[in-house]
Write a protein that binds this ligand. Sequence first.
Ligand SMILES: [Zn+2]
Length: 275
Amino acid sequence: MLKPIFAATALSSFILMAGCSSALTSEHEKEQKEEQPSSQETEKEAETDKNNDSKESAQRQVEVDEAATPAQAGLQTLAHPESIPVLVNKQYSLPEDYKPADLIYPNVDFIFEDKIEKRMMREEAGKALELMFQAAEKDNMHFAGVSAYRSHQTQITVFNNYVAKDGEEKAKTYSAMPGTSEHETGLAIDVTTHDGACAAQDCFGDTNEAAWLAEHAHEYGFIIRYPEGKENITGYKYEPWHIRYVGVDTATEIFEAKITLEEYYNAVPVEAVSE
Ligand SMILES: [Zn+2]
């Protein structure tokens, strides 16, 4: 088992104290970087422990399609976008023409009524979501979906709107560039409380539903994809509402080791390690 990550806990409390900003401001980013040397050391220790625990993890690789990789620096195109535990992030992009083949409408409530694109998920993920929401109801936790699948074209529109509003640099801190959004996989969904009050907002993190989700999501194959204190690894601010289906075994391993999908693949971005 891993030792408690003291530095990461210190960083978490710092972020909590920094309050409920809707996006990481450049000021927060700067302060975070100052905190990072200690947290980095702990990350490395944790990584070493993990590797000792499981030699398999060191062999896990993200397979890249060299032929489809664009000239754009630092972005590689995934060879197996249909893989359930696929790593999609600011370094690994879905192929431009990728569309999941098995999208369904999960039978769960959303905060809207329309039967539209963002209600869809890949079949395995959607079925798991149904089971999870049913189990939550038994614990008196009431969830609703906010946004699940997003086509490549929709992500282009969404991202361009944010760029027009906040500029590209800031937009990149809270929205994914087209091809790099997990929502394009059909395996991710933003969830909230059934009343929709804190949809995609930091205040969701303070609800009983968020606490339940953090504790139980892995039992249904989901992970909290952008955890608190791992912003330098995932490249995203803490999002208690964004869950990603990776399958029960992978999710449980990630939950127990308190790691991210990047760490699971030993694919922590170079910038995060050297900062
Ligand atoms: Zn999301």
